[in-house]
Design a protein around this ligand. Structure first.
Ligand code: ZN
Length: 474
């Protein structure tokens, strides 16, 4: 059977990093605090309490709407979404329904077949519910605790059209979206649970499945890949895909069917009577956008002369882009190669973010490479020593200190020549073999010189130099 086209649409919940909650003045900085310490009558949903809109949250949402090329609605409206769940203390969530803040946008991504426009259906504002803390597993735990510190955190929900064609493309979309939100400074990607994704996924001509509960953007590709395979296998066996909601179990990397059927019309949406419609027409034009990822990528190419590929990588996150600009001054091309090709690899390997690498140490390392003081191999070694120190919670040594301590300075040209002469004197048999036309003898001699300088010479250069000296002797 031919592989059917994969169709994916995403709904992304993103916590806005305002200081206070969406409808009250409770602090949003709750992550290191005791449960239920950031609450008030409003976010606890006590009778008689009245919500007040957080102006900053609206401003942040408008920024996202503009950055994603949406049409901003002059007048949008809050609605109540009614359902019962212990973490939803009011038994309804204040959200936006038929009149969302922004609609019909687009985001340009690097798709599976080149550049691609992903359409944004809508962006709406809402409040985060509280958090259920299950004691034990969801189905077998003895009891569940509820923490309302999260209740009322401002969220935007971004809904895409079903324009994505593979799990990989979905990941790329999320990376681009995350970068855009970071550049706007409306979102902190490092806060746990700050980005949550639901995905609609179907194979062409077959029923659609909604996968909920993907709590990390890294999990999205995994969840979708599992789901594509599951649906393909069903169809291959002649069975059909059931239209349903499934949950992603991150620890096992699988999706499982949820028994409760959630239909949209069960929510009995109606306009929120305690809040006025949101009129933003006079406000939208004054909102200015900072430089966004695509613009910065173009600037990196024109200002620093870096390759399009490096520019794309280096602008893929705000902190990374800022790091590059902090180390680029002396030699932008060298800095681009060492940041994008070497440093990122070492960081990913350790599951570190760019914050782990102190920019001043990296700059010093680049100076050592540029001045030809150390080989590339030694530079990588130094990079690893610095990151390992960070990992162990120790203060990393400066690159120059590491070079002195380990004697990593490249052997000088005169020293290399002297070592070559030594090796020629010691290895007469190999030298004769070389003169007899045995090329592997040259490799052997290079190896001997390398051994003497303990690897601190450039092998290509050494090869040329050795050949020159031998050929002169004839
Ligand atoms: Zn509150």
């Amino acid at each position: 059977m031919e592989d059917l086209e994969t169709i994916i649409g995403l709904e992304i919940h993103c916590q806005l990093n305002t200081k206070s909650k969406m409808f009250c003045s409770c602090s949003t900085d709750f992550r290191d605090n005791e449960p239920n310490t950031h609450t008030c009558p409003v976010c606890l949903g006590l009778p008689g309490s009245m919500p007040m809109v957080n102006k900053r949250a609206i401003e942040f949402a408008l920024k996202v709407g503009k950055a994603l090329n949406c049409t901003i609605r002059d007048e949008s409206e809050f609605s109540r979404k009614n359902y019962f769940y212990p973490d939803l203390n009011k038994a309804y969530q204040i959200t936006q329904y038929d009149k969302p803040l922004a609609e019909w946008g687009k985001l340009l991504i690097d798709g599976d077949n080149g550049e691609k426009e992903v359409r944004i259906t809508r962006i709406h504002l809402e409040e985060d519910p509280g958090r259920s803390v299950h004691m034990g597993t969801t189905d077998r735990g003895k009891y569940t605790l509820v923490d309302y510190n999260r209740a009322g955190i401002p969220l935007i929900e971004i809904v895409t059209e079903p324009d994505l064609r593979s799990p990989k493309e979905a990941r790329k979309f999320l990376n681009k979206l995350r970068a855009t939100l970071e550049y706007l400074n409306v979102f902190d990607s490092e806060k746990e649970g700050s980005l949550r994704v639901d995905a609609n996924i179907s194979l062409k001509g077959s029923e659609r499945v909604e996968v909920k509960n993907i709590s990390s953007y890294k999990g999205v590709e995994k969840a979708l890949t599992f789901e594509v395979t599951r649906q393909r296998n069903l169809l291959r066996r002649g069975q059909t895909v059931t239209r349903e909601t499934r949950h992603f179990v991150e620890a096992r990397g699988v999706t499982t069917s949820s028994r409760s059927k959630e239909e949209e019309n069960d929510y009995r949406y109606f306009p929120e009577p305690d809040l006025l419609p949101l009129r933003v027409a006079s406000w939208v034009d004054a909102i200015e956008l900072p430089e966004l990822p695509d613009a910065r990528r173009e600037r990196f190419i024109s200002q620093y002369g870096v390759s399009p590929e490096h520019a794309k990588t280096l602008t893929g996150g705000l902190k990374l882009a800022e790091f590059y600009e902090a180390v680029a001054s002396e030699d932008p091309a060298l800095a681009a190669t060492w940041t994008a090709d070497y440093l990122l690899g070492e960081l990913n390997y350790r599951d570190f973010s760019i914050d782990a690498m102190p920019a001043d140490l990296f700059r010093e390392l680049l100076t050592l490479i540029k001045s030809d003081t150390i080989t590339d191999k030694s530079a990588v070694e130094i990079l690893r020593l610095i990151l390992d120190a960070v990992k162990d919670g120790k203060k990393p040594e400066r690159p120059q200190e590491i070079v002195s301590r380990l004697g990593l300075a490249k052997t000088s040209g005169d020293q290399v020549t002297a070592l070559i002469q030594e090796v020629i004197a010691e290895q007469q048999a190999a030298v004769n073999d070389y003169y007899a036309g045995k090329m592997q003898a040259l490799n052997f001699l290079v190896g001997q010189v390398m051994k003497k300088c303990r690897g601190r010479a450039d092998p290509g250069h050494l090869n040329t130099l050795l050949k020159e000296i031998l050929d002169k002797k004839v």
